[in-house]
Design a protein around this ligand. Structure first.
Ligand code: FAD
Length: 453
């Protein structure tokens, strides 16, 4: 039987970057994907990607069919739409993608480097021997046959459902389930408008806690009078039906009169801190399978590619030195935390702050500049944005009618700084992980209790 160095389950952006990275270092890599090859990349998504993610990974700018529009930044609307924050910083410059063609573009990068693609192949279960993952079983959707494939490492890149992750035994030390409250239920349509709107270069985000608690409604221009319009809603308690909410809010806007639905559908976005540990013996989690999505704006294409790249590098290093044990793969956890995970973790707390605000809080807070564009920009970039004394005094004066909001914002900032410092001490090896994890759970629990409950 053929044995691979690595089997990558899922040909999404995480899986393809992992496969590309390993194949270009000479490893024998096979991607197992349940879709047919030509459907790889198709996904219910906002289709927006920040340019900085590609730059960081050394990937060129998309120029072919995968690029639908260039974006100069984002506009965030208060719930009453009276205040608009315009953020046109270089870190918010990016692209609206043709998602299928972008997926094909990334897949080609992996196969050009020598990775094999086994499409129409539905992963069924990991093969675990002596405490290590050593392969998988998968059903060929065309022949109906179940096959066994062997490898030194298996990469879970199956997206939100984390199909490999869910079947790992508890002793492997990887969490298996994600809490509903850490997930956004999304509904999205691509619409053809009767005519192009005035805005063709900014992604628009509408805060609306009644329609989309803890999430937002988006309208992203795709060029040629087409827009990607959708909604994400935190799945807490009796959350409202996202599709119904989108129809009762965004689609009431005059711009949608007479528009055509080109495509529509629902999917899930895991919006929380990164998985505390993403490796064990012979197995690595990447992308949505490890909840590597920005908790505020729900963007996960960039972090998924980053995680695929970092995981690939770590596997290459581990195999060059010996066995792919948990210890040998651990560096991937640390590298992801240092590059993106720390920011992602602290934004989990900012998300809780937003979740705790009413529409009235947000209208007032944005209008009176108790929360500013600069705060959002800094939070979005993972920068420290503590308020100095003068700034605090000014905001107290402006916010005298909503001191509670301001206090909550200050508390949020303090807790974000505490969590950020904690992430700086992410353990270098698995040995001290349990202590670190207990402290993480404590800090996140405190934030939830103070802000959300
Ligand atoms: C509505 C919505 C809007 C979003 N908007 C944006 C946005 O504008 N910008 C952004 O950056 N991010 C956005 N995201 C998040 C982004 O789509 C994901 O974070 C990103 O695609 C994750 O990539 P991935 O490779 O980890 O997973 P996926 O893209 O989900 O890929 C997983 C792959 O695994 C395959 N697979 C699954 N199960 C099996 C199996 N059993 N056997 C074999 N193969 C399997 C799937 O077919 C798929 O090809 C959005 C998400 C949602 C839900």
């Amino acid at each position: 039987m053929e044995k691979y160095d690595a089997l990558v389950v899922g040909a999404g952006t995480a899986g393809c970057l992992a496969a590309k990275t390993m194949a270009e270092s000479g490893l024998k890599v096979c991607i197992v994907e349940k879709k047919p090859r030509e459907q790889v990349g198709e996904k219910i998504c906002g289709d927006a990607l920040g340019e900085h993610h590609l730059k960081f990974l050394g990937l060129e700018k998309p120029t072919g069919g995968e690029l639908e529009a260039k974006i100069d930044g984002i506009k965030i609307y208060s719930p009453d739409e009276n205040t608009v924050f315009t953020i046109a910083d270089k870190d918010f410059v990016g692209y609206l993608l043709n998602r299928r063609l972008f997926g094909q573009w990334v897949l080609k990068k992996a196969t050009d480097k020598g990775a094999l693609l086994e499409d129409n192949m539905n992963f069924r279960s990991p093969i675990i021997e002596k405490g290590s993952v050593v392969g998988l079983t998968a059903k060929n959707m065309k022949t109906g046959k179940t096959l066994e494939l062997r490898s030194k490492v298996v990469v879970d890149a199956t997206g939100y459902f984390g199909m490999v992750r869910k079947q790992l035994p508890a002793e492997m030390g990887i969490d298996r389930e994600i809490a509903n409250e850490d997930v956004e239920a999304c509904y999205r349509e691509i619409r053809q408008l009767k005519q192009e709107t005035a805005n063709t270069t900014f992604c628009e985000i509408y805060l609306n806690q009644k329609a989309s608690p803890g999430g937002y409604i988006w309208i992203f221009p795709k060029g040629g009078a087409r827009v990607n319009v959708g909604i994400g809603t935190c799945m807490r308690a009796n959350y409202p039906n996202p599709k119904q909410q989108l129809y009762e809010t965004a689609f009431k806007k005059p711009m949608f009169e007479g528009s055509l639905i080109l495509t529509g559908g629902s999917w899930f976005d895991p919006v929380r801190r990164p998985w505390d540990n993403m490796v064990s013996n012979g197995v690595v989690l990447t992308g949505d399978a490890a909840s590597l999505v920005n908790p505020i704006h729900g963007g996960g294409i960039g972090p998924s590619m980053l995680s695929g790249y970092l995981a690939g590098k770590q596997i290459v290093e581990a195999l060059s030195k010996g066995e792919p044990t948990k210890e040998a793969l651990w560096g991937y956890n640390k590298k992801y935390i240092d590059t993106y995970g720390k920011k992602q973790g602290t934004l989990d707390i900012f998300k809780m702050f937003l979740l705790s605000c009413s529409d009235e809080d947000l209208n007032y807070g944005m209008n009176e500049k108790l929360m500013t564009e600069d705060d959002v920009l800094k939070a979005g970039m993972g920068d420290d944005f503590h308020l100095n004394i003068t700034e605090t005094a000014k905001r107290v004066f402006r916010g005298i009618r909503r001191v509670g909001f301001l206090n909550k914002l200050r508390l949020t900032v303090a807790m974000m700084r505490g969590l950020s410092a904690h992430y700086n001490s992410y353990p270098e090896t698995p040995q001290n992980f349990e202590l670190w994890r207990m402290q993480t759970v404590k800090l996140i629990g405190e934030a939830k209790q103070k802000l959300v409950n």
